[in-house]
Ligand binder design. Sequence first.
Ligand code: NDP
Ligand code: 2IT
Length: 450
Amino acid sequence: MKINNEYLQKVYDDTCKKNAHEAEFLQALKEVLETLVPVVEEHPEYQANGLIERLVEPERFIQFRVPWTDDQGGVHVNRGYRVQFNSAIGPYKGGLRLHPSVNSSIIKFLGFEQIFKNSLTGLPMGGGKGGSDFDPKGRSDREIMRFCQSFMTELCKHIGAWTDVPAGDIGVGGREIGFMYGQYKRLRNENTGVLTGKHLSVGGSLVRTEATGYGLLYFVEEMMKVMKNESLAGKKVVISGSGNVAVYATQKAQQLGATVLTASDSSGYVYDEAGIDFDTLYQVKEVEHLRISEYAKRRPSAKFFDDFKGIWSVKCDVALPCATQNEIDGEAAQMLVNNGVMAVGEGANMPTSPEGVAIFQKNGVMFAPAKAANAGGVGVSGLEMSQNSGRTQWSFEDVDNKLKAIMHGIFHNAFETSKKYSFEGDLVAGANIAGFLKVAGAMLWEGISY
Ligand code: NDP
Ligand code: 2IT
């Protein structure tokens, strides 16, 4: 389908020509450009200043070799990336992903989304993302350490507390951030807030570990209350994934009175008719790092299914995809709708395909898009940066309250913006426009030669 604006369609066509092989980047781009039609019409100065052409081209794209040795002394070479997409409103900020599927398209889609997400938090952070096609599965701690050190040996030339501040994403948690932080410090002789998600003893923030999952639930609860006078209490919830985002989404959903029925990883999903037992899930995934089938072995009320996608056939009131991009396609969305889903909240980045989003919206499902709903992780990363700058550490309650305020603020900003531009209730459009306007204002103010 064409974008209903000549200028935006031309920028999209030109970007497609230059980046024909980058399917995920073009998917994320199209979704944003489609929703910007009314603001581009309202602000002719964007076209006059080539603003959209500048927005779609990263300020910098770094690709590098990451050589490392395994425990047997064998040499491996992976590809490392960092995209520094947009610094109009602050230092580049965004996670690092270690997964064999990582390529330039994945990094650019994530970096592009991050621009608007970070803007929505209300904190001064630009958009960036990075990672590698390194596969951490089955690697020893020492192998992970050597990989992370080699990765940081190059990355450290491009980042800094006032330049670019990476964090975690798929395959990067506290352990990897520790190895990278140690290497940065060794190379630079500097204790600084160059990464977020740090250990509490070296300037990490309380609540950062829980932030994305908790933030997702704060957003969804507010959305359900304001849009349909509903709440999570008593609701049946399907959550995919069993990593950082999914585990803490499960915990907060339960605290809000919902029953979480599922958890998954790339090998399949578990359905627990008695409701997921948080302690067992935490032990299996966060402590012992086992496959999700192990959860079913320890819980008589749970069954394991070796089909990751089958999770969307489970009947629920609320679905929270928290694993990876495009995990809900049109068919999965239709199954959820047929089973009566009332709300969908994206914990992962771009987990719903465009066909899936259209099906939810057409059927009146409340839909919380990733760049709004999962902004709690980077929001608390921003709070970690503030604490580092102030050489201070805030209490759990203090950070949790700030996180809640950020998530409620994002919901209301996206909702009010959707009304202002006559898409009432379309939070995809509301979030894209609200996130974009702040960045666009800064880009105009700073002049063209970035
Ligand atoms: P983790 O590495 O902690 O967990 C990822 C989970 O998703 C694992 O259960 C993993 O299973 C599953 N998964 C990953 N890739 C696939 C795949 N291709 N197919 C099926 N399952 C898959 O990552 P996070 O929880 O941190 O990230 C999950 C999502 O949330 C990502 O989209 C990330 O970009 C997004 N996100 C993360 C934030 C953060 O702060 N960490 C902030 C905002 C968004 P397996 O172990 O088998 O691979
Ligand atoms: O997608 C994301 O927002 C993240 N992976 C978190 C980024 C961050 O800098 O905390």
